[in-house]
Design a protein around this ligand. Structure first.
Ligand SMILES: Nc1ncnc2c1ncn2[C@@H]1O[C@H](COP(=O)(O)OP(=O)(O)O)[C@@H](O)[C@H]1O
Ligand SMILES: O=C(O)[C@@H](O)C(=O)COP(=O)(O)O
Length: 424
């Protein structure tokens, strides 16, 4: 297998979002969980997205794991590696975007790195280095209340400068609209002035097409699904990849019971849970009780087992920012988040034992904890449920299962019903 594109994603929902985008742009793509074991049979593909759970871990660990993934991808022929981050630039001042970018660019020998989280399909745009979520700057969006990495600054040149050893610059929209050569010239100019990474403005998909073509000239780039789209288009355009019509890997029905788990506390997920209450039984977990022992997870499993034969159920730990704040004040931000994630993984494990074969998980960190517990090594991409969220068919251990890993902010109000409709 000779890869045309290597990708390292800092969480599992982000990875499936990117795998979805690349697949739809014509690249045969597989999503792996971590660096694949030598005995995992991978299909012939153009791109591999290695999913890490490295967004909210200690920076040095995120660097080590990303470099291992980079080495694996390069050894399989990938000339360009995209470090996939969140379209809302989820991170803290301690990292992990800057430290991982610095390490990968250092290893690749790139003087300057192109960085853009723009993903216009989901209304993430960048102008003058400022990230907008819909009509509002990042710091006024619901991301200001994220449980693990609240975002309080929309100016990404500033945000990245706090995380990176490199000097950070800007390639503005007025340059981007002039195309790949103009972007390339500006990057060279910035590199000549000692700038080691540049936030690149993008508002429309056409901007990302130009950015992708410019990025392909270097060995590393950093961004969300939008730059993935640009890179895929550039690879097809340059004739490095024959555009492959999307194969519906997830078409064969798997049957079995279906369940949904929500650990995301985003505004979108809270609304989706409220809507789900109209069409399926919903159990809202007591997060304080979850931290107190296994009784609450046992209660959840007992509740689910009584209902699964009649149809899908939803179990949610999700809470409003005020409620999350209370739990975090008592237990600490990371400890609370980690304990809730592990409790959701316990519930997922119990559900699979009870015969669930179709599982929908809302939340990036939550999905990471669940998929790790189920020891699924990778996924093929199926039909798209909502922008950035495909149906996934597990490969290796867990084969024969369908999953959907929903990024907290993605999907329409009826997301859970929409997903179940496509996951037969
Ligand atoms: N009731 C709760 N109180 C505090 N933290 C919670 C609660 N429910 C979930 N969490 C934590 O909030 C975090 C949500 O992050 P994540 O799953 O990545 O969702 P998103 O995709 O919205 O970012 C996880 O660490 C999760 O365990
Ligand atoms: O780029 C995006 O917005 C997503 O792919 C993503 O990474 C979202 O992360 P979570 O909201 O933490 O799932």
């Amino acid at each position: 297998m000779t890869l045309k594109l290597g990708c390292i994603a800092d969480d599992y929902t982000g990875a499936s979002d990117l795998a979805n985008t690349l697949t739809r742009a014509g690249l045969r793509t597989v999503q792996t969980i971590g660096v694949p074991a030598a005995d995992l049979a991978l299909p012939e593909v153009d791109a591999v997205v290695v999913s890490l759970k490295s967004r909210s871990i200690e920076a040095s660990l995120a660097v080590t794991r990303s470099r291992e993934a980079d080495k694996w991808l390069r050894a399989r022929g990938a000339r360009h590696v995209l470090f996939k981050i969140c379209s809302t630039f989820d991170s803290t001042d301690a990292g992990n975007i800057g430290p991982v970018m610095d390490a990968l660019a250092g290893d690749a020998g790139d003087a300057i790195v192109l960085v853009t989280p723009a993903f216009p399909e989901t209304k993430r745009t960048v102008y003058q280095g400022n990230l907008f979520v819909g009509a509002v700057p990042l710091n006024e969006s619901p991301l200001k209340d994220h449980p693990l990495n609240p975002m309080h600054d929309a100016n990404l040149v500033r945000v990245l400068a706090r995380q990176s050893h490199r000097k950070i610059g800007l390639v503005d929209l007025a340059t981007v609209v002039h195309g790949p050569e103009a972007i390339g010239h500006r990057l060279q100019e910035l590199a000549g002035q000692g700038t080691g990474a540049a936030i690149v403005d993008a508002v429309f998909d056409a901007d990302l097409t130009a950015i992708g073509a410019a990025a392909l000239k270097s060995r590393v780039s950093v961004g969300a699904s939008g730059i993935g789209l640009g890179l895929a288009r550039a690879l097809v355009e340059a004739g490095h990849v024959h555009s492959h019509a999307f194969a519906h890997h997830a078409d064969a029905p798997v049957g079995g019971a279906a369940a949904c788990l929500a650990g995301s506390c985003s505004q979108a997920t809270l609304q989706q849970i409220a809507e789900a209450e109209r069409v399926m039984p919903v159990l809202r977990l007591d997060a304080e009780a979850l931290l107190g022992g296994r009784d609450e997870t046992q209660r959840a499993l007992g509740w689910a087992l009584e209902r699964l034969a009649q149809g899908p159920v939803l179990i949610a730990s999700s809470a409003t920012p005020d409620q999350v704040g209370v739990l975090q004040a008592r237990h600490g931000r990371e400890a609370a988040g980690h304990a809730v994630e592990q409790a959701m993984a316990d519930v997922a494990e119990g559900l699979i034992r009870a015969g669930v074969r179709r599982l929908i998980v809302a939340g990036g960190e939550t999905s990471g904890a669940v998929v790790d517990r189920l020891t699924i090594p990778g996924f093929l991409v199926g039909p798209e449920i909502a922008a950035g969220v495909p149906v996934l068919r597990a490969i290796g251990a867990g084969g024969g299962m369908l999953l959907a890993l929903k990024s907290g902010n993605f999907g329409g109000p009826q997301f859970f019903a929409d997903a179940l409709e496509l996951m037969r």
